[in-house]
Design a protein around this ligand. Structure first.
Ligand SMILES: Cc1cc2nc3c(=O)[nH]c(=O)nc-3n(C[C@H](O)[C@H](O)[C@H](O)COP(=O)(O)OP(=O)(O)OC[C@H]3O[C@@H](n4cnc5c(N)ncnc54)[C@H](O)[C@@H]3O)c2cc1C
Ligand SMILES: NC(=O)c1ccc[n+]([C@@H]2O[C@H](COP(=O)([O-])OP(=O)(O)OC[C@H]3O[C@@H](n4cnc5c(N)ncnc54)[C@H](OP(=O)(O)O)[C@@H]3O)[C@@H](O)[C@H]2O)c1
Ligand SMILES: *[C@@H]1O[C@H](CO)[C@@H](O)[C@H](O)[C@H]1NC(C)=O
Ligand SMILES: *[C@@H]1O[C@H](CO)[C@@H](O)[C@H](O)[C@H]1NC(C)=O
Ligand SMILES: *[C@@H]1O[C@H](CO)[C@@H](O)[C@H](O)[C@H]1NC(C)=O
Ligand SMILES: *[C@@H]1O[C@H](CO)[C@@H](O)[C@H](O)[C@H]1NC(C)=O
Length: 560
């Protein structure tokens, strides 16, 4: 049974009311608020976010040195080119201000309920609606809301976690996590342990090193430290010694000359988008390994012993490629120790390694990453009470990262299998939003009560992923969040293809891969009552089809 909320005597183009709840006001949620309200008539929209401010990743990660590691001009909205990026890799705060500016410019803050955390989502089959329980983070009060479509923009890297090290909570000094920073903390003159060598750690170490008295960097595994992305362009900047800052002349050119701004962006974006070929096993991957090794050897000349410990046996890209300007340089400073012995425990005043050595510190920074399993965020119950977290315990199966069988009317932005190993993520986030927008438009127009991918479509996508990743460096043995923190598990976080490939896939939904239930159980309800809105509402143009913008003019013989 589905609710019969559409009367059969409606016009074919009568826009059925759609209520959409978006979870998350990071980049994906902001894009959703802009596009859904632009394109879906008769829409009720609420965007909930647990944080007091929009921005997601860029609101939460405020550790010293936080910045994008793809060029700023590649990490922005296609429709909002910013001529004002102050440097080649923008700081986290500059990125946050940019997205806050977009929220104001398109006036979408009014749809957002910040400080509100979704604590449960449950699909009601009899109503074809999602019911969400939302906690007001200031009062603790739980409110309830319902919607036709739930769009989870909850981020792939949003669930930060403390490392599983015994004694961590007994530490009496300052304990920090990269994704939950205390900005009032000052490292000046302190001895500091930094645990990890992922993208966060390699930004933190060089940023605080000049202020601290000593840093112990605990690195249990191996990792590639890459030369910067878009190497050709960045070399120009390093060559000018401008600390990656754009010069006044460059900024003036970007501001006064949109063509030049676009040309610059296209040049960078082309470099970033053309790297996927290095991620297939084979000669190019080997070439990348030898280039990276050369880069690392040179920067570690002063302390060559670190090279032997840090140099991986797997190919670059198996873990996320991490260009870390300044990291290896910082490791070679006299007051920085690179510690590759396993940590056995943490005491009240420091860290003890497997050989029994205690190194006392004033502060411990855990740059130890996120839970990327997608199964422990908040309970999601799909059709018939299906516990999605439970089903995703071993593998988060989806259809193209967007949706999954058993959870109708639920879509994900940047969900499982959506990460981009190299290449632009922002265009993928935009196209994902466009895709979901066309699904909502179809549900509205075709009077669809529920839509979900066919089970066979999810199974086929998983088979495709398994086959695809076998050919790539991602499935080599290395511990990575791409594999939910395992060394040899299936690749669950990445899109099986390039960024450009993902964009093509998202361009046009293959609606034949979905199952539908129509409103009122009537598969002809979409056709309405034989009339159009223009015939009952005099404000609608009856002959819009004659307007030049709606006419596809054929070429005349002289133009052929
Ligand atoms: C430190 C760091 C640096 C990065 N740098 C780059 C980079 O250089 N280039 C790149 O391409 N990518 C980078 N990334 C990846 C980055 O996460 C994405 O590029 C992008 O910001 C994802 O946006 P999003 O909106 O999809 O997710 P997020 O930014 O993660 O936003 C998710 C939002 O959902 C909210 N939310 C989650 N659960 C709930 C809930 N239960 N209830 C209410 N709200 C909820 C969160 O509060 C958050 O605001 C980086 C990630 C990190 C952590
Ligand atoms: N644009 C950027 O510059 C930027 C910056 C930060 C983050 N990011 C994004 O966020 C992702 C996550 O980055 P991240 O650095 O926060 O996390 P991460 O890549 O998962 O790295 C976590 C690090 O902590 C170590 N670690 C975890 N648990 C540990 C334990 N119990 N004991 C010792 N070491 C432990 C890991 O060691 P092992 O290697 O041995 O597992 C690893 O070095 C990145 O891959 C990237 O996509 C991007
Ligand atoms: C860029 O900065 C200039 C000068 O500060 C300002 O006038 C302009 O509005 C800014 N442009 C954008 C798109 O933010
Ligand atoms: C959430 O709680 C705060 C503090 O009690 C209150 O001021 C606010 O109005 C609440 N928000 C909503 C939407 O109820
Ligand atoms: C640690 O080294 C850096 C230079 O690399 C220096 O600026 C800093 O003062 C040093 N700290 C101490 C206490 O010597
Ligand atoms: C660290 O511990 C892991 C397993 O916990 C082990 O495989 C590895 O050999 C240890 N490394 C060192 C240097 O002791």
């Amino acid at each position: 049974m589905v609710a019969n909320d559409i009367k059969s005597n409606l016009e074919i183009d009568h826009a059925r009311p759609m209520k959409v709840i978006v979870i998350g006001a990071g980049i994906s949620g902001i894009l959703a608020a802009i596009r859904f309200t632009q394109r879906i008539p008769n829409l009720g929209l609420v965007v909930y976010d647990k944080n007091p401010e929009v921005g997601g990743t860029w609101y939460e990660n405020r550790y010293p040195g936080v910045a994008c590691d793809v060029p700023s001009h590649v990490y922005q909205a296609s429709f909002e080119p910013n001529p004002n990026w102050s440097q080649f890799y923008s700081s986290g705060n500059e990125i946050l201000q940019y997205w806050k500016g977009i929220v104001e410019k398109y006036d979408v803050r009014k749809y957002m309920k910040l400080n509100h955390k979704i604590v449960e989502a449950r699909f009601d089959d009899s109503q074809s609606k999602w019911h969400v329980a939302v906690e007001n983070c200031s009062s603790g009060e739980v409110i309830h809301d319902t919607c036709d479509v739930l769009y989870a923009c909850i981020g792939a890297l949003n669930d930060w976690k403390w490392p599983d090290i015994s004694g961590l909570s007994s530490f009496k000094g300052k304990l920090l996590h990269s994704a939950s920073w205390d900005e009032s903390w000052n490292p000046e003159g302190l001895s500091v342990a930094v645990i990890g060598s992922g993208s966060s750690a390699i930004q933190i170490v060089p940023a605080i090193q000049p202020k601290t008295s000593r840093i112990d960097n605990y690195v249990r595994g191996q990792t590639w430290i890459a030369p910067p992305w878009a190497a050709t362009e960045v070399r120009k900047h390093t060559a000018t010694g401008s600390n990656f800052k754009f010069t006044a002349e460059e900024l003036e050119d970007f501001r006064s000359n949109p063509d030049s701004l676009l040309a610059y962006r296209k040049r960078l974006e082309t470099e970033v988008q053309s790297m996927t070929k290095h991620l297939f096993r084979g000669q190019l991957a080997e070439k990348a390994a030898s280039d990276f090794k050369q880069h690392m050897t040179k920067l570690l000349e002063k302390k060559p012993e670190i090279l032997n410990k840090i140099l991986p046996s797997f190919s670059p890209g198996c873990r996320r490629i991490t260009p870390g300007p300044g990291y290896l340089e910082a490791l070679t400073e006299d007051n920085v120790s690179f510690i590759s012995d396993n940590i056995s425990k943490i005491t009240e005043d420091g860290i003890v390694t497997a050989d029994g050595t205690l190194r006392k510190v004033d502060a411990i920074i855990c740059a130890t990453g996120f839970d990327t399993s997608f199964s422990k965020r908040f309970p999601i119950y799909g059709s018939g009470g299906l516990d999605l977290g439970e089903r995703w315990k071993n593998y988060p199966d989806t259809y193209l990262s967007l949706s999954t069988h058993g959870a109708p009317n639920l879509f994900f932005a940047h969900g499982p299998s959506s990460g981009i190993g190299v290449g632009s993520l922002t265009i993928v986030l935009e196209r994902t939003c466009d895709y979901v927008c066309s699904v909502i438009a179809k549900m509205q127009k075709d009077r669809i009560a529920t839509i979900q991918p066919k089970k066979a479509a999810c199974d086929s996508f998983r088979r495709y992923c398994d086959e695809f990743f076998k050919k790539t460096v991602f499935s080599l043995p290395c511990r990575s969040w791409y594999k939910r923190g395992t060394e040899d598990g299936p690749v669950t976080a990445l899109w099986p293809g390039s960024s450009l490939h993902f964009v093509k896939v998202l361009e046009k939904p293959r609606f034949e891969d979905y199952d539908y239930i129509y409103v009122g159980g009537d598969d002809m309800s979409w056709i309405g009552n034989g009339l159009t809105m223009a015939e009952s509402d005099s404000s609608v143009d009856m002959t819009a089809y004659l307007n030049p913008e709606n006419i596809d003019y054929p070429r005349s013989p002289s133009q052929v």
